[in-house]
Design a protein around this ligand. Structure first.
Ligand code: NZQ
Ligand code: ZN
Length: 388
């Protein structure tokens, strides 16, 4: 195991009706003038926005609103939010929605105290300070409610890029599983796929002697395999929703990833798909991740065989562990299919002729990237081809 620092100071308030505590929570973190940020309208239709605003009013907070964040959130909305925050002297941002809304809120939070263009933070510059952000989560998926990350798409050129920094980790996140019961099965399954991918990106590592985090990863994956079909079949199953919602946080605040090298190439390869085709991130991952697994399998057959046995219940073929490893990847694919995920480029609406564009946007040039298996541009193209 490698040395690490784990610091995850977000306060999580979990359970039914917890959105009514927003006002008090913002006050406890020193907020007085609040931007309420939300997406395309699901929180308006469900009545959640009204309940949140009532809670803010009851705590005597001033607030203004900015809705309209779209999935794969855009830089244009971020600029609008920064301008509004400066004009209204906002000192706290409350994101009410999914990962896209939370990521947009984090981007605005970094942009307000910064003299330059906020996009600098999505081009490699480390943010030093940001307005405090709180969240009311409505979809278990991205894990942004507990992460120090934000992913934004630049509209000109449709480039999807990430920023990271401790200053954008939410101060608090309200997690009420009931708020996720309005999600349609497809969106639910996209979220579940993303959660599982966040674990896999950490699971496939070259670091030895990481049994504790290996077992934590496997536990989260087993819980997801058990609970996801329940929420897809019955969106109103509160207990299953609760388990999936907590899994989404655990999968991405890095508790399952400390002390080990990680490999986020599947995410990078997927981000180019959701940037170019505006598909759901989780759906893109369902297409990319099994292809990536198949492509890198021979780098560490035993790790894939371990996943096959411990996560998918395959029987170890000691004479030929590669067979077991392949069975594990097939089991993952079958699972994704049963929850309604696409598995191929065509199901996603992606096109073979766009592969050079996707690879070019990935931006590796002649370089290589990857913590588990180092990939070149040619490898990335081969993985897209495997996903056809
Ligand atoms: O916009 P509204 O109307 O709210 O509708 C949303 C949106 O259309 C809808 N939705 C959300 N909650 C709902 C609901 N519909 C009905 N009932 C509810 N309770 O679902 C759609 C998707 O929402 P979105 O916020 O885009 O989903 P998600 O949480 O999956 O976020 C995806 C974004 O997060 C990024 C992804 O790349 C993508 O841009 N990621 C962010 C990460 C992070 N910050 O740490 C890590 C992830 O790996 C990921 O890359
Ligand atoms: Zn993800």
């Amino acid at each position: 195991m490698e040395n690490f620092t784990f610091y995850s100071p977000t306060k999580f308030v979990f359970g039914q009706d917890t959105e009514n505590e927003c006002g008090n929570l913002i006050r406890s973190f020193g907020g007085s003038r609040v931007l309420v940020h939300y997406g395309g309208g699901s929180v308006v239709r469900s009545g959640l926005l009204d309940r949140v605003k009532a809670s803010l009013s009851a705590s005597g907070l001033c607030f203004c609103e900015l809705g309209g964040v779209c999935p794969n959130p855009r830089d244009t909305k971020v600029y609008e939010g920064i301008e509004l925050c400066v004009k209204e002297k906002i000192d706290f941002i409350l994101a009410v929605g999914g990962g896209s809304t939370i990521d947009s809120a984090k981007a605005i939070a970094m942009g307000v105290p910064y003299d330059g263009d906020f996009w600098d933070f999505y081009s490699g510059k480390a943010p030093q300070t940001a307005l405090p952000v709180g969240t009311v989560l409505t979809i278990a998926a991205a894990g942004s409610e507990g992460s120090g990350d934000s992913v934004i798409t630049k509209e000109s050129g449709m480039l999807k890029r990430g920023a990271s920094g401790e200053c954008i980790r939410p101060k608090f996140s309200v997690l009420n599983p009931e708020l996720t019961t309005t999600l349609p099965p497809f969106q639910t399954a996209c979220g579940a796929t993303d959660i599982m991918a966040h674990v896999f990106e950490r699971y496939f590592t070259n670091t030895r002697d990481v049994e504790t985090t290996d077992r934590l990863c496997e536990a989260v994956l087993l819980a997801m395999i058990n609970e996801t079909p329940k929420v897809v079949a019955n969106p109103k199953d509160y207990q299953a929703r609760a388990n999936v919602m907590w899994a989404g946080m655990v999968a991405h605040n890095n508790i399952v990833g400390v002390g080990r090298k990680q490999d986020w190439n599947s995410h990078g390869i997927e981000h180019e798909l959701s940037a170019l085709y505006d598909c759901a991130h989780g759906a893109g991952l369902a297409v990319v991740m099994p292809a990536w697994m198949t492509y890198v399998l021979d780098h560490d057959v035993m790790r894939f065989a371990q996943m096959a046995c411990r996560v998918w219940g395959c029987k170890m073929d000691f004479a030929n562990p590669r067979t077991t490893a392949l069975e594990g990847i097939s089991a993952f694919r079958r699972f994704l299919k049963t929850i309604g995920m696409p598995l191929t480029f065509s199901e996603l609406g992606a096109k073979e002729e766009d592969i050079p564009t996707l690879v070019n946007n990935f931006g590796l040039g002649d370089g290589k990237t990857g913590g588990f298996v180092s990939l070149s541009s040619e490898d990335v193209a081969n993985i897209y081809r495997l996903a056809l």
